[in-house]
Design a protein around this ligand. Structure first.
Ligand SMILES: N[C@@H](CCC(=O)N[C@@H](CS)C(=O)NCC(=O)O)C(=O)O
Length: 210
């Protein structure tokens, strides 16, 4: 049985969503952020050397990093679903988006989040961060201009991995200049499996308005 070690208000929400899309059996072990520091509880350090979530447990093996977890679930348990065939151009694009989400897109978003906690809101850095946010969100928006889903207009693990970018972006920047990204966000949040995952995961501040 797959076990998702899930932190509230976190990237692990998309792992629950993927498992709901695939209708796979799994259990959730819940961890709550410290209400003052917003950090994960020390219990996660027993599983993840950095004390982060998500962690996926499968027959005693622990898998870290949401992109690796999504790819693992699809390869090992997906039965060919939501995963472009290895060796095809679509598979290369899928891998590109899988890595892009955490490797590139999250950086300016996290910079905005951390600098906005500084007394002067990191004023000197904000123009550069805004420039990068517009560049990255513009890139994703353009990729979605003529399609609903990122790879060959076919729903895949790449969309699941990119969902957190689409969900956290409006809290830290604006989606107004990026209508295709905003539509993508709404599209994912309207999926029945996404809604079921919300019920499984509990508090999630980046989802649709209640
Ligand atoms: N790149 C990692 C990021 C993991 C990560 O930073 N998770 C956050 C939740 S969104 C976390 O556990 N934060 C709690 C903490 O840092 O104490 C992934 O995609 O899995």
């Amino acid at each position: 049985m797959l076990v998702v070690h899930h932190l509230n208000n976190s990237r692990s929400q998309r792992v629950l969503w993927l498992l709901e899309e695939l209708e796979l059996p799994y259990t959730v072990t819940h961890y709550a952020r410290n209400p003052e520091t917003n950090l994960a509880p020390p219990a996660l350090e027993a599983l993840h050397p950095l004390g982060k979530s998500p962690v996926l447990e499968d027959a005693g093996q622990l898998i870290l990093e949401s992109g690796a977890i999504i790819d693992y679930i699809l390869r090992r348990h997906g039965d060919g679903r939501l995963l472009p065939t290895a060796g095809t151009a679509a598979h290369e694009q899928y891998l590109q988006w899988l890595h892009y989400a955490e490797g590139s897109a999250m950086l300016p978003l996290m910079l905005r989040m951390y600098t906005s906690r500084l007394p002067d809101q990191g004023a000197a850095l904000q123009p550069r961060i805004t420039e990068e946010l517009n560049r990255h969100l513009g890139y994703v928006d353009a990729a979605l201009a003529d399609r609903h889903w990122l790879v060959d207009d076919s729903f895949s693990g790449a969309d699941v991995q990119m969902s957190f970018v689409a969900e956290i972006a409006p809290l830290l920047h604006t989606l107004e200049p990026f209508p295709h990204l905003a539509a993508f966000r709404k599209r994912i949040q309207d999926r029945p499996a996404y809604r079921r995952a919300l019920e499984k995961g509990g508090a999630y501040a980046f989802g649709p308005a209640p």
